[in-house]
Design a protein around this ligand. Structure first.
Ligand SMILES: *Cc1c(COP(=O)(O)O)cnc(C)c1O
Length: 356
């Protein structure tokens, strides 16, 4: 394997980040200790709530990370938590990409935040489209597109909005041919027929895996995203993040949610079963040209007139995502798997549209 010898985190980091002295609070030196805390200008009397929130939260969220670590099979040192995955994505740019100089590679059609975050940070985006119809990575073109200014490559698996998984062989080839960081976004991994690539973190020091509490865990409102990587990379993330990026309430609620993993696993099974049912039913409708296979909690559907169907459904308060203007998704709607009743309503509405 070439990456282990080629990978050098220090040469990848922006000089200002390498030299950065992170913010530290006096509390850092008293972690977990009892005491009279007169160091952080909090209200020492309490909060006007039944539960107290007068103290700043744990900046490293160790209680929550320990619970996550047990589920994922990872020590806390390999876990970063962000205010949504979106914060982790932004930190990657701020850690590794010099604005106006460095570049990243993304593989459209894919999640929109990679490009938005690149634009906010004034970082050039090179696009290497997925292969048409199969939506697999064009790994030869991706490797060709790498130059000495390329710092990050984003791969989304299962991919949004296409729903498919990309082949491990292609991801592996990229990991082994690239000295920069490969970000593997597994936001939808819980719905996939294959496992997370977390065990590969041991083999690839340039791999960062993103997951989130926003999808299968049903906690989009708490805003907690996870990044898994080598301790070296996680240390960099922790240096850059705002000190209290996950609030106390979100930390508590996520810890409670992790004690109810059985409920989440039941939902995942139900959603996957509903997905397969929806794919079958959609395939029978005359206005549907193609239903793409999905490893996620949504399906991409090519229809005869996406704009017309989208408007028709909107008028019945059925809100789906119109992806028909996205390159390689022409004529497509992206539909999230709803409850059984919601999916039935959707099918009935599309049937009515097709029959009119
Ligand atoms: C929804 C989604 C996320 C989650 O973002 P959060 O900020 O954690 O809510 C990340 N990546 C992809 C591909 C997504 O579709």
């Amino acid at each position: 394997m070439i990456t282990k010898t080629l990978f050098d985190l220090n040469s990848l980091l922006r000089p200002n980040i390498k030299q950065l002295v992170p913010y530290s609070s006096a509390r850092d030196e008293f972690k977990g200790k009892e005491g009279i805390f007169l160091d952080a200008n909090e209200n020492s009397f309490g909060s006007p709530l039944s539960e107290n929130y007068n103290r700043y939260p744990d900046p490293l969220q160790l209680g929550l990370k320990e619970k996550i670590g047990k589920v994922k099979g990872l020590p806390t040192e390999n876990i970063f938590l962000g205010n949504g995955s979106d914060e982790a994505i932004d930190i990657l740019f701020r850690a590794f990409c010099i604005p106006g100089k460095d570049k990243v590679i993304i593989c459209p059609p894919t999640y929109g935040m990679y490009e938005v975050s690149a634009n906010i940070n004034d970082v050039e985006v090179k696009k290497v489209n997925l292969l048409p119809e199969s939506f697999q990575l064009n790994s030869d073109k991706i490797i060709e597109a790498i130059d000495n200014k390329t710092k990050l490559i984003f791969v989304c698996c299962p991919n949004n909005p296409t729903g498919n998984g990309v082949k491990w062989l292609d991801i592996k080839l990229i990991l082994e041919s690239f000295k920069g960081i490969v970000i593997l976004d597994e936001a939808y991994i819980n719905f996939a027929s294959y496992r997370s690539l977390i065990p590969e973190l041991l083999n690839y020091p340039n791999l960062v895996i993103l997951q989130t509490f926003s999808k299968a865990w049903g906690l989009a409102g708490l805003r907690i995203g996870m990044a898994f990587a080598s301790q070296q990379i996680i240390d960099v993330f922790n240096k850059i993040k705002p000190p209290y990026n996950i609030n106390a309430l979100s930390q508590q609620k996520a810890i409670a949610a992790l004690s109810n993993i059985e409920q989440v696993n039941v939902w995942i099974k139900t959603i996957v079963a509903e997905r397969e049912l929806l794919i079958k039913k959609l395939g029978l409708l005359s206005c549907v040209i193609k239903v793409y296979p999905s490893e996620a909690n949504f399906v991409l559907v090519k229809v005869t007139d996406a704009n017309e169907l989208y408007t028709y459904l909107s008028r019945q308060q059925l809100v789906v995502r119109n992806r028909s203007k996205v390159e390689l998704c022409e004529g497509c709607l992206r539909i999230t798997i709803g409850t059984k009743e919601e999916n039935e309503k959707l099918i009935t509405a599309i049937k009515q549209y097709a029959d009119q």
